[in-house]
Design a protein around this ligand. Sequence first.
Ligand code: SF4
Ligand code: SF4
Length: 142
Amino acid sequence: MESIIKSMIQTFKNLVRRSVTVLYPYDKILVPERGRGLPMLQIDPDTHRILCTGCGECVKICPVGVIRASSISAEGKSKVKEFSIDISNCIFCGLCVQVCPENALEMTYKYELAEADLSLFQYSLEDLVEHARPKAREFWLG
Ligand code: SF4
Ligand code: SF4
């Protein structure tokens, strides 16, 4: 009998409790501060130079092998030649960001990445600098 009363009390509490779910995609919630979305390449705000040098450290650490990077030498410096991420297999672990010696990668809050065409998951160098600055979390609210 006691357990029935306890269950009824809990049921009643749930009936009047504020909902914790939203009707996505019509309603959206604020992405948690430590949320991790699409990794993006960063640019130097003063020189507009892509910070990535194509060193390949992120390629080595990526647990699912989705990053491709190569470099060229110009005026005694290493510059990124090609860079891409296959987002369809990225697990958003953030290891590429942590290992980068140039701080050239940032996890953004962009999480709406669904595509019907698999080829659209191949993010090129140009795609990855398009939104070069990390976006405010509010940006991804509907
Ligand atoms: S993103 Fe960073 S770790 Fe990856 S290739 Fe560029 S400079 Fe190297
Ligand atoms: S977030 Fe993780 S899985 Fe995605 S590209 Fe970076 S290292 Fe690879």
